[in-house]
Every structure is written in C-alpha cells, then in structure tokens.
Design a protein around this ligand. Structure first.
Ligand code: HPA
Length: 269
C-alpha cells in the first residue's frame, strides 16, 4: 500500500480517538518525552494502536501521540521517535511528519539528544538549531510521491529562530545556537569523524532530525529544532559514551527545556 492510502487510514483512526485539532506540534527526543505531561485535557493514543504507524524499540522513547492543551492552545506531542538505524527505511521514520502534515500541523518543534562537538558546549546545554548538515546520505524527497515540492530557503524558520532567542533572553534560559549534523548511527562516531564534523562546521551531532526537518519544511511547515547536549562527542574528552548517560542528562535538563518549549508555544501557537 502506498503512503497516501496508509495515511487516509491512519488519519481516520486518529480522528475517531480525539477531537483536538492542533496546528502546533513537538517531536520529543531521547529522554525528553516527559514534556507531554504538561499538556492538559489529554487524549493519548498508543502508536501501537494506530494503523500503519511505526513502532519504536529504543529505551527512553515512549511511543505515543499526545493531544492536549497548553495555555488553552491545542498541541500535539509525539512521544518517542523511530530512528533510521531501527528500520533502515526512510518511509517509516518520516511517517510521523506526513501524519502531522495531514492533521493540519503548520509549526513543528523537533527536539533531540545530541553529542557536543563544539568544544565550548557541555552536557546539559540546550542548542537552538540554526541549520543542519545531513550526513545520513538519505533524502527526504524520496518519501514524496509528487515532484512539486522544493525547498525555498532555509529549513529552520528564521522568524521562529529569532522568537526562540528572544524568549530565552527574556526568561534567562541559557541557549546555545549551532549547526546540527545528522548521522545514521547507531554506533557513536569515531574521534576522527567528530574532528571532520567540527571542521565542516558542526556544533552538535545526532542520529535524527535532519530528514524530518527537511520533509516538514518541504511540506510547508515552519520548523524549529532544539538539541539537548547530552554528552561530549567522541574525542572531546576521554569519557566513554552510553545511551544511559544520554537519557540521564536529558532528564536533568527537562525543567529548563520544558520552560523554554512552553514559552515558545505560548508565543507561536
Ligand atoms: N553522537 C551521535 N548521536 C548522539 C550522541 C553522539 O555523541 N549523543 C546523543 N545522540
């Protein structure tokens, strides 16, 4: 079955489970899923119940769609995401973006856990994604059945970036800005790969977001990206990396992270 037919069934099912019709959404990365708890009057749908919806296998990625309200504004939170290395299939990992678009989402915040490549970054820092470099060697165009789409400029919306920076200033929330480099994973990078990523202009590295952001932008959504720096990338220190560390640090920053996201939604929705 092609994506178009699958999407019709998926959207039909979701519409039977909730009447909430958000225009703003957030995809919650590794360890950041708890943000959905701030939503009020929630309708929660398990991904596993949704026809054609991909299922996550990674610890720290709760697979749910959470519809609810923040400051009385309807919001959709995607708790947990599928990574390319889980399926090896771009169609699967980008399905949630197609669903968001069909549901009427027009602004989307993509979040992730990332390794700090920039030597001034430390675990626990939040980084606003100014732009990305896609080292997955995949292209989001491949999931689109029509060729009418083309990127008209920057993937990450300039106005929304400015809004986020202003909010962080106002609220005194430290916010880095930088270039996110997306890789396939699942193994962490070698020190030489990190050195290369630094030389080509990367500030943070992770295994998600780049293809999602490109597709969302192609479909006309306004995109914001925020990375939670959960570890020093390989070679920045002698410390060993682990997924447990990633989720632990993400947990520690969740208060600051949530405050920032809530304020951004308040302004943009
Ligand atoms: N590398 C790639 N992906 C990651 C990292 C990292 O160091 N930390 C969290 N996700």
């Amino acid at each position: 079955m092609d994506n178009k037919k699958k999407l019709i069934e998926t959207i039909h099912f979701i519409r039977t489970k909730t009447n909430i019709k958000p225009k703003c959404a957030i995809i919650l990365g590794s360890g950041l899923g708890d943000f959905a708890e701030y939503l009020e009057n929630k309708d929660v749908i398990q991904n596993s119940d949704i026809p054609h919806y991909p299922k996550s296998t990674v610890v720290g990625h709760k697979g749910k769609l959470v519809f609810g309200f923040l400051n009385k504004k309807p919001i959709l939170a995607f708790q947990g995401r599928i990574h390319y290395y889980e399926t090896g299939d771009l169609n699967t990992i980008l399905y949630p973006i197609l669903v968001a678009h069909r549901l009427g989402i027009r602004k989307i915040i993509l979040t992730n856990a990332a390794g700090g490549v920039n030597r001034n970054f430390h675990p626990g820092d939040l980084m606003l994604i100014k732009d990305h470099i896609n080292l997955t060697f995949e292209t989001a165009y491949s999931v689109l059945q029509e060729s009418k789409y083309s990127l008209k400029g920057y993937v990450y919306d300039k106005d929304l970036i400015k809004t986020a920076v202003d909010i962080a200033d106002e609220k005194n929330i430290p916010l880095r800005e930088g270039i996110y480099v997306g890789v396939k994973g699942p193994s962490y990078e070698t020190a030489s790969e990190i050195e290369m990523i630094r030389r080509i202009g990367g500030d943070a590295v992770g295994m998600s977001t780049v293809n999602e952001a490109t597709l969302a932008s192609l479909l006309g959504m306004k995109v914001i990206g925020i990375s939670c720096i959960t570890n020093y990338a390989t070679g920045v220190t002698n410390l060993k990396l682990s997924h447990a560390e990633v989720t632990e640090v993400a947990n520690k920053v969740k208060h600051r992270f949530s405050e920032l996201i809530k304020a951004i939604f308040f302004k943009i929705c």
